[in-house]
Write a new protein. Structure first.
Length: 214
């Protein structure tokens, strides 16, 4: 996916290359696309059908004490955010990981119908039944998890080994696996512009933010 004249993934790679403590970068990409990536500092592995499989494939060739996992779909990553998340973890030897996250600012409603069971977004189709509110969640203690997520490699490997295959495949981030294994995960506050590109509107917003950076 192109963004402001460059493939989406290249924005994250450029940010990681600017972090002095980053020794190497491993990209999990769709099979057959490795030739599109350049640079002697890049290791490339085949991605999997799920996030968990892609991470496992990349982690297999990691030999450092710490590893930072980042979504290519977050192209506004900055070296400062990577360094800050690493520093948060490094400051607590007992913690297994540290994640970039932002406080939730919207009022959060818990619905009686899981979103996964809806055929499409409610405003796009009349095929879905009315959605009832089952309750309101206190947002005061809620944070929206982002990436980068930095882990002690051995803690992450132990968490992956301890979780069953179903739990690993269902995980939407690696922090939840470390948490489930009893590890402590720290939060490093991230700027709101560290957005994830999932819709055409997100792509346009990312373009505008990159243009503002100059």
């Amino acid at each position: 996916m192109p963004l402001a004249g460059r493939p989406l993934v290249e924005w994250s790679i450029a940010a990681l290359r600017a972090v002095p403590s980053v020794r190497s970068i491993v990209v999990a990409c769709p099979p057959g696309h490795a030739h599109e990536l350049g640079g002697d500092d890049l290791g490339v592995v085949d991605g999997g059908a799920t996030r968990a499989r892609s991470v496992a494939n990349a982690l297999a060739i990691v030999d450092t004490e710490l590893v930072a996992i980042h979504d290519a779909a977050r192209p506004l990553l900055t070296p400062e955010l990577v360094e800050g998340t690493i520093a948060t973890l490094a400051a607590d030897p007992e913690a297994g990981g540290a994640i970039a996250a932002t406080p939730v600012t919207d009022t959060i409603k818990r619905a009686a119908t899981p979103a996964a069971k809806l055929s499409t977004f409610p405003h796009q189709s009349g095929d879905n039944p009315p959605i009832s509110v089952a309750g309101t969640v206190d947002r005061g203690e809620l944070w929206a998890a982002q990436t980068p997520q930095v882990f002690r490699v051995e803690a992450l490997r132990r968490a992956l080994a301890a979780a069953g295959p179903a739990a690993v495949e269902a995980a939407t981030d690696e922090a939840m696996l470390v948490e489930a294994a009893g590890g402590r995960v720290l939060i490093h506050p991230a700027p709101p512009e560290n957005l994830k590109v999932t819709t055409p509107l997100d792509l346009r917003v990312a373009e505008l933010l990159l243009a503002a950076r100059g």
